[in-house]
Design a protein around this ligand. Sequence first.
Ligand SMILES: [Zn+2]
Ligand SMILES: [Zn+2]
Length: 252
Amino acid sequence: MKTKSFKLLVSSFALLAFIACDKDDDNTDNTGDNMELHAAFAEFDSENFNIYINDDEVVLETTGLPNHTSPYWSAGHPLDIEPTVTSYAQMAPGDIDQFNGSYTLRVPITPALANSSSATGLGAIGFAVSGSVIYNDQEGPNVPLDNAAPSLDYTGAHTGPQSYHYHLEPKAWSDDDDALIGIISDGFFLYGRKCASTGDYPTDLDVSGGHMATTQHTDDAEYHYHIMNELYLNQYYILFPEDYQGSPNAIQ
Ligand SMILES: [Zn+2]
Ligand SMILES: [Zn+2]
């Protein structure tokens, strides 16, 4: 009996090895070693995201819905809560679940820094791990975020023209730590205010909050962004107020 199951095990491994080799052979136009998803993608909400590799790109499809509580859910939704830092009178119009906020982003498997930086625009500039999208520090054309700050919920987000979105450090899962926040449309990951490489606030950030360092997701130093540890309105931290350092890809 023991021998039999051992044989079965051996043949299973042989079959697996055969399948693995076969797959490599079929992908001779790609570098086999790079075809694995970056470890950081495991932190993206599995209910809201579909993430896979297609050609030389990582494709991220999201429902646009956050996986946490907010007063912006419709009344009766299991994740709906009373507003704490905002109020019903100050909240932006529209509930999370009234929007069709599904989006797709395709980024290179190995993103590269661009020769020159480029400005972010209005609308989604990245995906948070929760499922919802990241905006910059503008509320609308010539409308600074200051005007909309009172409508932001406890996790720095509110509903907008197209979907629920974050402007500030998302307290639902990151508060003065090195948590993964999400991915910016140029393909680089955005982390909290601290860096796992030192356990402290990074001191070598460029103008966009980026630097080369290891993270909790890689032993090789790689470029990534941080929420910059600079106070906004004396109490908040803006997620991504500066330029892309890579080449932005469309979010649609
Ligand atoms: Zn907004
Ligand atoms: Zn870092």
